[in-house]
Design a protein around this ligand. Structure first.
Ligand SMILES: C[S@@+](CC[C@H](N)C(=O)[O-])C[C@H]1O[C@@H](n2cnc3c(N)ncnc32)[C@H](O)[C@@H]1O
Length: 231
């Protein structure tokens, strides 16, 4: 089992404390990440297919997929967030797992699609999420995710102020994301830039970029330019 340095115990505690208030807070903030990711992916998914929500929290990022008839599987490191999610009865199965630890608790090529909404901005190293998502998705499955976008003049890390704490977040630029997709057997499909307000108006709004990517066929039959798989 591979453990990474950015396992974030304080973040898990924070998520635990705010779990029951999480959905209301996101609504007040005007968070539209789930709608953006669903909008990028909906033409590639169908009822009865499965979707893995990576860092599912209370389930906001996959609720629209559930409404569209997909079977939602979720994984998160916060028991409190998972408890709130479970009460919504929108998931097939939930697992407690730290995303910085490989392997994730799913078999190779066992699920159709994946989403990761509002999570990757907490990670400096996106390698584990991309490697494991690529391993778990079936051929031609789609992966929708959001990162805090980084322009050349911006620093990789920044801080967001909350009422009770200051959270360090990480930006990732387009070329970095395209490189990660290519090395992990994903073909880019679509992307969209949008922004989100700071929490409770305490921080400036920040720019996000949502991506949709398709898992290449194993064995190299798929169309696309990249060749290498990361494992
Ligand atoms: C901002 S919330 C987003 C939740 C949900 N995806 C949504 O769209 O609302 C971030 C989530 O990522 C989870 N998370 C952060 N770091 C994690 C890690 N290392 N392993 C597993 N989950 C993690 C947190 O517990 C929390 O539920």
């Amino acid at each position: 089992m591979r453990e990474r340095k950015n396992a974030d115990a304080p973040l898990a505690e924070r998520c635990g404390r705010m779990a029951s208030e999480y959905d209301r807070g996101k609504d007040a903030q005007g968070w539209r990440g789930p709608e953006v990711v669903f909008g990028l992916l909906y033409e590639f998914v169908g009822p009865g297919e499965s979707v893995l929500d990576i860092g599912i929290g209370t389930g906001l990022g996959s609720a629209l997929f559930h409404k569209a008839g997909l079977r939602v599987h979720g994984m998160d490191m916060s028991p409190e967030m998972l408890k709130v999610c479970e009460k919504k009865r929108m998931t097939e199965a939930l697992k407690l797992h730290d995303l910085t630890t490989e392997p994730y608790p799913y078999a190779e090529a066992s699920l159709d699609h994946a989403v990761c909404v509002g999570v990757l901005n907490h990670f400096e190293d996106l390698g584990p999420v991309f490697r494991e998502t690529s391993r778990i998705l079936r051929d031609s499955g789609v992966f929708g995710f959001i990162v805090a976008d980084m322009r050349p003049d911006e620093t990789p890390s920044f801080h967001v102020e909350h009422a009770d704490s200051r959270v360090t977040m990480f930006r990732h630029g387009r070329s970095q994301i395209f490189d990660l997709m290519d090395r992990n057997a994903f073909e880019p499909l679509r992307e969209l830039e949008f922004s989100v307000a700071g929490h409770d108006g305490r921080s400036a709004p920040f720019r996000l970029r949502a991506y949709a990517a398709r898992r290449r066929m194993r064995g190299g039959q798929a169309g696309g330019t990249g060749t290498g798989e990361a494992r």
